[in-house]
Every structure is written in structure tokens, then in C-alpha cells.
Design a protein around this ligand. Structure first.
Ligand SMILES: [Ca+2]
Ligand SMILES: [Ca+2]
Length: 335
């Protein structure tokens, strides 16, 4: 313990120089910010400490978080995972491997506070051939590692990773406009055209009765209403809700085209209006090709975006001539 504390203190001194400017609560804290105690930095609505300089078994890593008044970070929403991965990239920690909260208790995956760990997309590692957690009784702890694109993976608890700690925020600085926006009554009034189902605040048609190539799918969506088009989920919470909806409705066996292509210029993705888009983690699924870690993995042979059943409905580049079902989007009806 003494040795560990010394190591920690020394490392903090190193970190203070190496890490980006401290962004925890200070006199000039910007508005709409999560207020965090010393050592912890605001990452979205969480206070996070990236102990990337130490590698420990899970129990020892958890104790480091406890010694800072925190706990291993519990990732409960897709947005939290998105924010944490973005912060890992910004801090140039993409080589690191982290312990996060979550363990298998013999029946289910739970956080330390006994709440269930969210399963499936866009949280857990999934190639088109294998999906985590793998239900292997020797893999009972959750990590996010560079080789899984920082999607959640079940691993042996005695592997050595860096603890990713979380502390309860001291508070939130929120501008008044934001508070009003949060209570926007218009959300309640969203109604969708027929055949379109409301998922979050988006009107989506799950076209399971027709299949075609990506180009056919694009034209088919345009034909439904004046303003309908092939759906491109740009909000990671929408991707999560689509995943949950597909499972709730028993549609998880279908493959769907969605609205993006890199056919014009390899690696440059554009939506169906031709606008260049950037697709970050955790939208992309994992690749099963050894030379690639994440999708997109098809180079010029795969230029169209799909949510496939085998691929657990993560974003994947696929052969544009494959025949899949389609997801269309339409604007809500105006009252
Ligand atoms: Ca491509
Ligand atoms: Ca692919």
C-alpha cells in the first residue's frame, strides 16, 4: 500500500506536466460544465480520471479509484462511452487499456451498485462473427482496450490494465437557456407519417418487406414522402434506441441499408445529399479481418453503409450491390 501510494504521488507529479491543461472546476470555469474534484476531469456529465500510467489487476485498479474517493467508471449511456473514447483520443491514450466498472456475478453483468450493465450495441465488442460478452466463465470483468476500439470486452479479472476512475460530480454549471431547452414541450408533440415509427425524436420506417441494392434502397426511401430519405443515425443514442427497438420487435434478424457511401472517394463518407460526414466511435463495429481493427474494412470493395444482423447492427461498410432491407427517415408531421 505504501509503495502504491508513493507510485501514485510520483505519477501525479509526472501527469501534472504531461496532461492537458486541467479542466476541473476553477474560478474561470466555463458554463455548462461538469464540476469535478481535483484529479478528475469533466468528460460529458462524468468526472473521470485516466490512470494510464499504471497497469494493475482489476481489484488493485478498483482500489486506486477508491483511494481517490471514486469508483471504476460506470458507462451507462452510449453518449458517455462516446465522450470517454473521444477524450482518450484527445489525450493521445489510444494505446492504453482500461478497467471500467462492471463484472459478471454468475447470473448477470452488473455495476458495483448492482445496476445492470447495458448489453449490445453500441457498447460491447462485436465483429460479424463473435459478440461480447462471450459467456466464458473465466472472463468476468469489463475492459475497454485499444484493440477493441474501446468498445466493452469481457476479460479475465487478473489481466493488467489501467484504472479508469469516476467521481460523483460536485455540481453542474448550466446556462439558463439550456435549462429551458431541456424542458422543450415540442418533444411531446412529435407525430410521424404513416408507416414511420417514432424512435427517440426521429420518424423511422423499418422496411422489412422489400430488399434491394443500396442505390435502390436510396430511391425507395425517396419515393415514400416528399422529404423521406435513407436514414443516417448521427446521434449515438438513436443508434442505441434502434438496436433496442429491433430486439423488442423481433426484427434483429434483418440487415438494413442506411444513408452513407464512400463510393465517390475511398474513405470519404457522404450522406445521401452528398455532404461529407465524419463517423466516430462508437458507431463502427469491430472487424474480423486481422489487418484491420475496426470497420470500415472493405476498402474499395465495400462502399455503402449498413446495419447487419450478424454485425449486431453496428455501422459496417458493405458491398453496395448486396440486397438488404432499408431504414428510411421522414420529418415529423407539423401540427
Ligand atoms: Ca469503401
Ligand atoms: Ca465491412
Amino acid at each position: 500500500m505504501g509503495h502504491q501510494l508513493l507510485h501514485l504521488l510520483l505519477s501525479i507529479a509526472v501527469m501534472a506536466k504531461a496532461s492537458p491543461p486541467a479542466t476541473y472546476a476553477s474560478e474561470d470555469a466555463i458554463q455548462n460544465e461538469t464540476l469535478c474534484p481535483d484529479m478528475f476531469a469533466p468528460v460529458g456529465d462524468q468526472c473521470i480520471y485516466f490512470a494510464s500510467f499504471m497497469q494493475e489487476g482489476r481489484a488493485a485498479g478498483k482500489q486506486v479509484c477508491h483511494s481517490l474517493g471514486g469508483e471504476l467508471a460506470a458507462i451507462k449511456t452510449a453518449t458517455q462511452l462516446q465522450n470517454i473514447i473521444a477524450e482518450i483520443e484527445q489525450r493521445e491514450l489510444s494505446h492504453a487499456n482500461f478497467w471500467i466498472d462492471g463484472a459478471f456475478n454468475g447470473t448477470s453483468w452488473n455495476f458495483t451498485n448492482e445496476e445492470p450493465v447495458p448489453l449490445g450495441t453500441p457498447f460491447w465488442y462485436a465483429t460479424e462473427e463473435e459478440h461480447s460478452p462471450k459467456n466464458d466463465s473465466t472472463f468476468n470483468c469489463v475492459s475497454i482496450t485499444s484493440d477493441s476500439g474501446f468498445l466493452m470486452n469481457d476479460v479475465a479479472c487478473d489481466e493488467e490494465h489501467s484504472p479508469l476512475c469516476e467521481h460523483v460530480p460536485l455540481g453542474f454549471n448550466q446556462p439558463e437557456e439550456d435549462q429551458e431547452e431541456a424542458k422543450d414541450p415540442k418533444d411531446e408533440d412529435i407525430r410521424c407519417p404513416s408507416m414511420f415509427t417514432r424512435v427517440l425524436n426521429t420518424c423511422i420506417a423499418f422496411i422489412t418487406f422489400f430488399k434491394g441494392s443500396w442505390e435502390t434502397a436510396k430511391q425507395t426511401c425517396h419515393s415514400f414522402t416528399d422529404k423521406s430519405s435513407l436514414l443516417l443515425p448521427t446521434d449515438v443514442e438513436l443508434l442505441r434506441e434502434i438496436y433496442l427497438y429491433l430486439h423488442a420487435e423481433g426484427l434483429d434478424g434483418f440487415d438494413f441499408w442506411i444513408g452513407a457511401t464512400d463510393a465517390g472517394h475511398e474513405g470519404v463518407w457522404k450522406d445521401t445529399s452528398g455532404h461529407i460526414i465524419e463517423i466516430n466511435a462508437p458507431f463502427w463495429g469491430n472487424s474480423n479481418k486481422p489487418e484491420f481493427i475496426m470497420e470500415p474494412d472493405g476498402d474499395t470493395t465495400e462502399n455503402c453503409l449498413a446495419l447487419t444482423s450478424n454485425g449486431l447492427h453496428y455501422f459496417r461498410d458493405e458491398d453496395c450491390s448486396s440486397t438488404y432491407n432499408l431504414l428510411c427517415v421522414a420529418p415529423p408531421l407539423t401540427p
